[in-house]
Design a protein around this ligand. Structure first.
Ligand code: ADP
Length: 521
C-alpha cells in the first residue's frame, strides 16, 4: 500500500452548500500544510471520500439534498472513511438536540456559526496533527512489514540456493549418469558421471542433445518414450544402450517427474545405471539354459525309449517278477518327469529369447481337453484323485494344439499335485469367438498376496520341503495363453482350493513375436 509522505500536506474536506461560507472557511484555513477540498452537497462529499483520505471533514448540518447527519452516517458506514473525524458546522441558535444528534451519528465536535477564526484554526490544527501522527505510524508499520518480508524472502532464496547446491553436489557424486530437464523436457544439467562416460559436455547434452549419446538402434525408441513421458507426465523405466568410452553399454534408465507439492510437474530427472555386466551375465545364463536343455533332451529321449521297450519286454516275458516290472515302471515315470522339467526349461529359454512360436491349426478345444483329462487317469489313480470333465458339443478355433495341451496339462497336474487328493473338475465352454477352460480343485489354495506372483518365473507359494517344483509351469502356461492373445487368472482362498480360468480367442493374430526378450530379472 503506498501512503502519501508523512510530512506532506493533509487533506481537509469542507462540505457546505453555500459557496460563500465554503470559500470563507477555505481562506481561514489557507496554509501550505493543508490541501483544502470543497464539496457543495452531500452526494458530492460522499464521492470525494470514496477516493481520498481526509484528516478532517468540516460539514454544514443544513443542506438541501442530504443533510449533514445523513451524509455523516453514510461516511461512517464505509470502511475507508469510518475513522475520519467529522466536525459539524451549526447555525447560530441551533437547537441543542441537533448537537446531540450530531454526536450520535459519529461527529467528534461541532463549531457554531459565525465561526471564530482562531478556534477554527486551533481545532483543525489538532486534527491535522493527529492525522499526521497516525499516518507516520502506519508508514512505519508498513516499512517494518516490508523489511520483514524482504528479510524472509532473502532467507528463503538463500535456503533455496543452498538446497539446490546440495542437490547438485549429491547428483555429482552418484555413480550413475544423470541429467535433469525442465518441465517441457529440455535438458538443463548433466552430472559428472554422464560427462565422464558419454564424453559429452553440458552444452552438447542440453535440450535434446543427450539423444546423441544413445545407440543409433535405440535412439528412435528413446526419443519416442521420452516424448510420451513428458506429454503424459508419467515416469518411465526401460533399457537403453548409451555411449561409453569402450563403445555402447546397456543401461537401466529411470525417468522420474519432479513434482511440486501440489503434484504439478516442475521438471524431470533421468538416471542411467550401467547394467552391461548384469545383462551379459543374464545372456550367458539364458544361453546356458538353452544349450543345457537341448543337450539333456537327446540322452533323455534315448533313455525313455529304452525304458519303454524294457517295460514292454518285461510285460511279455513269462517268469519276470512283479518287483522288476515295478522298478522299470517307476524308472520310466521318473524319467518322464525329468523330461517334462527339461522341456519346461527349454520353453523358458525360448520365451526369454522371444522364440516361442505358435503352430496354429483347426482344433476342437473340448476334444483336446478331454484327451488331456483321460491321459491323466494313471497319475490321478495313484494320488486317489478323481477328475471329472464337463463340456457341451464342440468349441472350434485356431490354436496351437501341442501348446494348448501343455496349458491344460500344467493346470491339471497342479490341481492334482496341490489338490489334497480331493476331486478335480475340468470344464470347457465357448463358441467360435473364444474358448474358456476352467480347472477347479479343492486343495490347499493360494494366499491372495501370492496369486499374481505365481505366474512369474520361478515364483512359488509353497515351500520346496513340502512340494517339489521349479516354479516355471504357470509362467510357461501364461506365456502360451498370452501368445494366443488370451488371458489366465486364478481365484482362490487358502485351504479352500483354487479355480484357474483360461480364455483364448478363437482366432487372433499371434502375439508370440511381441514377447519381449528377457529383461533384467
Ligand atoms: P511349481 O508347481 O513347479 O512350483 P508352477 O509354476 O506350476 O510351479 O506353480 C507355481 C506355484 O503356484 C506353485 O509353487 C504353488 O505354490 C502355486 N500353485 C499352482 N497351482 C496351484 C493349485 N492348483 N493350488 C495351489 N497352489 C497352486
Amino acid at each position: 500500500m503506498s501512503l502519501p509522505n508523512a510530512e506532506g500536506p493533509v487533506s481537509i474536506l469542507i462540505v457546505d452548500d453555500r459557496p460563500n461560507d465554503a470559500m470563507m472557511l477555505s481562506e481561514v484555513l489557507s496554509n501550505p500544510a493543508y490541501e483544502i477540498v470543497v464539496a457543495n452537497s452531500g452526494p458530492a462529499a460522499l464521492k470525494r471520500v470514496l477516493t481520498q483520505d481526509f484528516a478532517l471533514i468540516l460539514m454544514d448540518v443544513v443542506m438541501p439534498e442530504m443533510d449533514g447527519f445523513e451524509v455523516a452516517s453514510v461516511i461512517k458506514q464505509r470502511e475507508r472513511s469510518r475513522h475520519t473525524p467529522i466536525v459539524f458546522l451549526t447555525a447560530a441558535g441551533q437547537d441543542v438536540r441537533a448537537i446531540y444528534q450530531a454526536y450520535s451519528v459519529g461527529a467528534v465536535d461541532y463549531l457554531s456559526k459565525p465561526l471564530d477564526e482562531v478556534i477554527v484554526r486551533a481545532k483543525v490544527a489538532i486534527f491535522a496533527d493527529l492525522f499526521r501522527k497516525d499516518r507516520r505510524i502506519r508508514e512505519q508499520a508498513a516499512a517494518l512489514l516490508e523489511a520483514d518480508r524482504r528479510e524472509r524472502e532473502l532467507q528463503l532464496s538463500q535456503m533455496r540456493v543452498l538446497s539446490e547446491k546440495r542437490y547438485r553436489s549429491l547428483l555429482e557424486m552418484i555413480p550413475a549418469s544423470i541429467w535433469t530437464a525442465d518441465r517441457d523436457g529440455q535438458v538443463d544439467y548433466c552430472n559428472h558421471r554422464w560427462r565422464e562416460s558419454t564424453t559429452m559436455h553440458l552444452d552438447q547434452t542440453c535440450g535434446t542433445g543427450w539423444l546423441q549419446a544413445v545407440h543409433p538402434e535405440d535412439a528412435t525408441r528413446a526419443a519416442e518414450l521420452w516424448r510420451r513421458a513428458v506429454e503424459t507426465d508419467e515416469d518411465y523405466v526401460g533399457e537403453i544402450r548409451l555411449r561409453a568410452r569402450d563403445g555402447h553399454r546397456w543401461h537401466i534408465c529411470h525417468v522420474m517427474a519432479d513434482r511440486e507439492p501440489g503434484g504439478r510437474v516442475r521438471g524431470w530427472v533421468a538416471m542411467f545405471a550401467d547394467c552391461q555386466e548384469l545383462k551379459a551375465a543374464i545372456e550367458v545364463r539364458d544361453e546356458f539354459l538353452s544349450i543345457a536343455s537341448h543337450e539333456l533332451r537327446t540322452p533323455l529321449s534315448t533313455l525313455m525309449l529304452q525304458l519303454d521297450s524294457l517295460q514292454r519286454t518285461l510285460r511279455d516275458l513269462t517268469g519276470a517278477d512283479d518287483r522288476s516290472r515295478h522298478k522299470v515302471d517307476s524308472a520310466l515315470r521318473q524319467t518322464q518327469r525329468l523330461d517334462k522339467l527339461v522341456s519346461d526349461l527349454l520353453d523358458v529359454s525360448r520365451i526369454c529369447m522371444g522364440r516361442l512360436e505358435l503352430d496354429r491349426d483347426e482344433v476342437d478345444m473340448v476334444e483336446l481337453a478331454r484327451t488331456c483329462v483321460e491321459g491323466f487317469g494313471e497319475q490321478a489313480k495313484r494320488t486317489g484323485t478323481t477328475i471329472d470333465f464337463h463340456a457341451d458339443g464342440v468349441v472350434m478355433g485356431r490354436w496351437d494344439r501341442m501348446r494348448m495341451e501343455q496349458v491344460i496339462t500344467n493346470l491339471l497336474s497342479n490341481a492334482v499335485k496341490y489338490g489334497a487328493g480331493k476331486p478335480v473338475h475340468v470344464s470347457v465352454g465357448g463358441d467360435r469367438t473364444h474358448a474358456t477352460i476352467q480347472v477347479r480343485d479343492q486343495g490347499i489354495g493360494i494366499a491372495s498376496e501370492a496369486q499374481a506372483r505365481i505366474f512369474e518365473r520361478f515364483e512359488r507359494a509353497v515351500s520346496s520341503r513340502h512340494y517339489g517344483g521349479l516354479g516355471i509351469g504357470l509362467y510357461v502356461t501364461r506365456q502360451i495363453v498370452e501368445a494366443h492373445g488370451g488371458t489366465i487368472g486364478v481365484t482362490s482362498r487358502s485351504g479352500e482350493g483354487s479355480v484357474f480360468t483360461v480364455d483364448v480367442p478363437g482366432s487372433a493374430d499371434d502375439r508370440a513375436g511381441d514377447i519381449p526378450r528377457s529383461a533384467v530379472s
